[in-house]
Design a protein around this ligand. Structure first.
Ligand SMILES: NC(=O)c1ccc[n+]([C@@H]2O[C@H](COP(=O)([O-])OP(=O)(O)OC[C@H]3O[C@@H](n4cnc5c(N)ncnc54)[C@H](OP(=O)(O)O)[C@@H]3O)[C@@H](O)[C@H]2O)c1
Length: 196
Protein backbone atom coordinates (compact mmCIF):
# COMPACT_ATOMS: atom_id res chain seq x y z
CA UNK A 1 0.00 0.00 0.00
CA UNK A 2 0.99 3.67 -0.23
CA UNK A 3 1.52 5.59 2.99
CA UNK A 4 1.39 9.39 2.90
CA UNK A 5 3.77 11.45 5.01
CA UNK A 6 3.20 14.97 6.28
CA UNK A 7 6.78 15.85 7.08
CA UNK A 8 9.93 14.55 5.46
CA UNK A 9 12.46 14.86 8.28
CA UNK A 10 14.14 12.30 10.53
CA UNK A 11 11.02 10.41 11.65
CA UNK A 12 9.30 10.38 8.26
CA UNK A 13 12.46 9.28 6.48
CA UNK A 14 13.09 6.48 8.98
CA UNK A 15 9.51 5.23 8.63
CA UNK A 16 9.72 5.61 4.84
CA UNK A 17 12.91 3.52 4.68
CA UNK A 18 11.25 0.87 6.80
CA UNK A 19 8.04 0.83 4.71
CA UNK A 20 9.92 0.67 1.43
CA UNK A 21 11.99 -2.23 2.70
CA UNK A 22 8.70 -3.93 3.64
CA UNK A 23 7.35 -3.60 0.08
CA UNK A 24 5.17 -0.50 0.49
CA UNK A 25 5.27 2.82 -1.34
CA UNK A 26 5.45 6.27 0.22
CA UNK A 27 4.41 9.81 -0.66
CA UNK A 28 6.45 12.45 1.15
CA UNK A 29 5.54 16.08 1.68
CA UNK A 30 6.78 19.14 3.51
CA UNK A 31 5.74 22.78 3.75
CA UNK A 32 7.96 23.93 0.87
CA UNK A 33 6.61 21.76 -1.91
CA UNK A 34 7.56 18.58 -3.77
CA UNK A 35 10.39 20.26 -5.71
CA UNK A 36 12.37 20.63 -2.47
CA UNK A 37 12.41 16.88 -1.77
CA UNK A 38 14.84 15.76 -4.49
CA UNK A 39 17.52 14.73 -1.99
CA UNK A 40 15.10 12.52 -0.06
CA UNK A 41 13.78 10.94 -3.26
CA UNK A 42 17.23 10.17 -4.57
CA UNK A 43 17.95 8.33 -1.34
CA UNK A 44 14.65 6.45 -1.18
CA UNK A 45 14.34 5.36 -4.79
CA UNK A 46 11.54 4.95 -7.27
CA UNK A 47 8.80 3.73 -4.91
CA UNK A 48 8.93 7.08 -3.09
CA UNK A 49 7.22 10.13 -4.57
CA UNK A 50 7.21 13.79 -3.55
CA UNK A 51 3.75 15.33 -3.38
CA UNK A 52 1.91 18.20 -1.74
CA UNK A 53 0.75 17.76 1.85
CA UNK A 54 -2.85 17.59 0.60
CA UNK A 55 -1.92 14.75 -1.73
CA UNK A 56 0.00 12.92 0.98
CA UNK A 57 -2.99 13.31 3.29
CA UNK A 58 -5.30 11.73 0.71
CA UNK A 59 -3.83 8.29 1.31
CA UNK A 60 -5.67 5.79 3.50
CA UNK A 61 -2.80 5.78 5.98
CA UNK A 62 -0.94 9.01 6.70
CA UNK A 63 1.96 9.77 9.04
CA UNK A 64 2.14 13.14 10.81
CA UNK A 65 5.79 13.88 11.64
CA UNK A 66 6.28 17.62 11.93
CA UNK A 67 7.55 19.78 14.81
CA UNK A 68 4.80 20.47 17.35
CA UNK A 69 4.89 24.19 16.60
CA UNK A 70 3.91 23.41 13.00
CA UNK A 71 0.98 21.01 13.54
CA UNK A 72 -1.70 23.65 12.99
CA UNK A 73 -0.38 24.78 9.63
CA UNK A 74 0.48 21.20 8.64
CA UNK A 75 -3.08 20.01 9.25
CA UNK A 76 -4.86 22.97 7.70
CA UNK A 77 -6.14 23.02 4.13
CA UNK A 78 -6.20 19.24 3.82
CA UNK A 79 -9.03 17.25 2.25
CA UNK A 80 -11.69 15.88 4.62
CA UNK A 81 -10.33 12.91 6.55
CA UNK A 82 -13.37 10.69 6.02
CA UNK A 83 -12.17 8.03 8.48
CA UNK A 84 -8.70 7.71 6.96
CA UNK A 85 -5.93 6.77 9.39
CA UNK A 86 -3.56 9.38 10.80
CA UNK A 87 -0.50 8.09 12.66
CA UNK A 88 0.53 10.83 15.07
CA UNK A 89 4.26 10.62 15.77
CA UNK A 90 4.54 14.12 17.19
CA UNK A 91 5.69 15.15 20.65
CA UNK A 92 4.72 18.53 22.08
CA UNK A 93 8.23 19.96 22.32
CA UNK A 94 8.57 23.67 21.79
CA UNK A 95 11.54 25.98 22.20
CA UNK A 96 12.59 25.69 25.83
CA UNK A 97 10.96 22.33 26.55
CA UNK A 98 7.55 20.71 26.59
CA UNK A 99 4.44 22.76 25.97
CA UNK A 100 2.14 22.79 29.00
CA UNK A 101 -1.04 21.14 27.72
CA UNK A 102 -2.77 21.44 31.13
CA UNK A 103 -3.34 17.71 31.39
CA UNK A 104 -4.63 17.27 27.86
CA UNK A 105 -3.41 14.46 25.65
CA UNK A 106 -1.42 15.92 22.76
CA UNK A 107 -3.21 13.56 20.38
CA UNK A 108 -6.49 15.04 21.55
CA UNK A 109 -5.26 18.34 20.13
CA UNK A 110 -4.09 16.66 16.91
CA UNK A 111 -7.50 14.93 16.64
CA UNK A 112 -9.24 18.28 16.89
CA UNK A 113 -7.10 19.58 14.03
CA UNK A 114 -7.83 16.50 11.91
CA UNK A 115 -11.57 15.99 12.39
CA UNK A 116 -12.81 12.70 11.00
CA UNK A 117 -9.38 11.04 11.05
CA UNK A 118 -8.91 7.77 12.88
CA UNK A 119 -5.91 8.68 14.97
CA UNK A 120 -3.26 6.24 16.12
CA UNK A 121 -0.58 7.70 18.35
CA UNK A 122 2.61 5.80 17.63
CA UNK A 123 6.30 6.10 16.78
CA UNK A 124 6.67 9.04 19.16
CA UNK A 125 8.35 7.12 21.96
CA UNK A 126 11.33 5.72 20.08
CA UNK A 127 14.29 7.87 19.17
CA UNK A 128 14.82 7.54 15.45
CA UNK A 129 18.15 5.77 15.79
CA UNK A 130 16.53 2.99 17.83
CA UNK A 131 13.68 2.54 15.35
CA UNK A 132 16.22 2.36 12.55
CA UNK A 133 18.12 -0.35 14.40
CA UNK A 134 15.18 -2.61 13.58
CA UNK A 135 12.89 -4.94 15.47
CA UNK A 136 15.47 -7.25 16.96
CA UNK A 137 17.45 -6.55 20.13
CA UNK A 138 19.75 -9.08 21.79
CA UNK A 139 17.40 -11.67 23.28
CA UNK A 140 14.19 -9.94 22.35
CA UNK A 141 12.03 -7.68 20.21
CA UNK A 142 11.91 -3.89 20.24
CA UNK A 143 8.65 -2.37 21.54
CA UNK A 144 6.56 0.14 19.62
CA UNK A 145 3.78 1.66 21.74
CA UNK A 146 0.49 2.73 20.24
CA UNK A 147 -2.80 4.10 21.45
CA UNK A 148 -6.01 5.08 19.75
CA UNK A 149 -9.76 4.92 19.94
CA UNK A 150 -10.38 2.89 16.80
CA UNK A 151 -9.68 -0.82 16.91
CA UNK A 152 -9.38 -1.25 13.13
CA UNK A 153 -7.00 1.68 12.77
CA UNK A 154 -4.74 0.16 15.43
CA UNK A 155 -4.96 -3.19 13.68
CA UNK A 156 -3.85 -1.53 10.45
CA UNK A 157 -0.90 0.12 12.18
CA UNK A 158 0.02 -3.18 13.79
CA UNK A 159 -0.05 -4.86 10.38
CA UNK A 160 2.58 -2.41 9.12
CA UNK A 161 5.01 -2.99 11.98
CA UNK A 162 4.57 -6.51 13.28
CA UNK A 163 5.73 -8.44 10.16
CA UNK A 164 9.23 -7.13 10.82
CA UNK A 165 9.05 -8.43 14.37
CA UNK A 166 8.38 -5.27 16.37
CA UNK A 167 6.44 -5.96 19.57
CA UNK A 168 3.43 -3.66 19.38
CA UNK A 169 2.06 -2.70 22.78
CA UNK A 170 -1.46 -1.25 22.77
CA UNK A 171 -1.88 1.22 25.62
CA UNK A 172 -5.58 1.77 25.06
CA UNK A 173 -7.44 4.93 24.16
CA UNK A 174 -5.95 8.29 23.25
CA UNK A 175 -7.31 9.77 26.46
CA UNK A 176 -5.62 7.10 28.62
CA UNK A 177 -2.80 5.52 26.59
CA UNK A 178 -2.07 8.69 24.68
CA UNK A 179 -1.35 10.53 27.91
CA UNK A 180 0.93 7.77 29.19
CA UNK A 181 2.68 7.62 25.85
CA UNK A 182 3.39 11.28 25.23
CA UNK A 183 6.57 13.17 25.94
CA UNK A 184 6.92 14.05 29.60
CA UNK A 185 5.87 10.53 30.56
CA UNK A 186 8.08 7.53 31.25
CA UNK A 187 7.84 5.90 27.82
CA UNK A 188 9.48 8.50 25.60
CA UNK A 189 13.18 7.86 25.12
CA UNK A 190 13.99 4.50 26.72
CA UNK A 191 14.45 1.61 24.32
CA UNK A 192 11.93 -0.98 25.56
CA UNK A 193 12.03 -4.61 24.50
CA UNK A 194 10.02 -7.76 25.07
CA UNK A 195 12.46 -10.55 25.90
CA UNK A 196 11.82 -13.84 24.15
N1 LIG B 1 13.66 12.84 16.01
C1 LIG B 1 13.22 11.87 16.81
O1 LIG B 1 14.01 11.01 17.31
C2 LIG B 1 11.77 11.79 17.14
C3 LIG B 1 11.28 10.57 17.66
C4 LIG B 1 9.92 10.45 17.90
C5 LIG B 1 9.06 11.53 17.64
N2 LIG B 1 9.56 12.70 17.17
C6 LIG B 1 8.59 13.78 16.89
O2 LIG B 1 8.25 13.66 15.51
C7 LIG B 1 8.03 14.95 14.94
C8 LIG B 1 8.99 15.13 13.75
O3 LIG B 1 10.32 15.05 14.25
P1 LIG B 1 11.56 15.00 13.25
O4 LIG B 1 12.74 14.72 14.10
O5 LIG B 1 11.25 14.14 12.09
O6 LIG B 1 11.61 16.53 12.78
P2 LIG B 1 12.46 17.14 11.57
O7 LIG B 1 13.59 16.25 11.21
O8 LIG B 1 12.73 18.55 11.97
O9 LIG B 1 11.45 17.13 10.34
C9 LIG B 1 10.26 17.86 10.37
C10 LIG B 1 9.64 17.79 8.99
O10 LIG B 1 8.37 18.45 9.03
C11 LIG B 1 8.27 19.27 7.87
N3 LIG B 1 7.27 20.31 8.07
C12 LIG B 1 7.34 21.41 8.87
N4 LIG B 1 6.20 22.11 8.76
C13 LIG B 1 5.41 21.45 7.89
C14 LIG B 1 4.12 21.71 7.36
N5 LIG B 1 3.42 22.79 7.73
N6 LIG B 1 3.60 20.85 6.47
C15 LIG B 1 4.31 19.74 6.09
N7 LIG B 1 5.53 19.45 6.55
C16 LIG B 1 6.09 20.31 7.45
C17 LIG B 1 9.68 19.79 7.69
O11 LIG B 1 9.91 20.26 6.39
P3 LIG B 1 9.86 21.84 6.00
O12 LIG B 1 10.27 22.61 7.22
O13 LIG B 1 10.81 21.91 4.87
O14 LIG B 1 8.46 22.06 5.63
C18 LIG B 1 10.47 18.51 7.91
O15 LIG B 1 10.49 17.72 6.75
C19 LIG B 1 8.23 15.95 16.06
O16 LIG B 1 6.98 16.27 16.62
C20 LIG B 1 9.10 15.19 17.07
O17 LIG B 1 8.92 15.63 18.40
C21 LIG B 1 10.89 12.85 16.89
Amino acid sequence: MTIGMIGAGSVAMAFARYLLASGHEVELSNSRGPDTLARQLSELGSRARAVTAAEAASNNVVLLAVPWARIREALSGLPPWDNRILIDATNPYIVGGLENLHGRASSDIVSELAPGAKLVKALNTLVVENFESGATVPGGRRVVFMSGNDHLAKKQFRSLLSPAGFAIVDLGTLQVGGLVQQAGGPLVGPDFAVMT
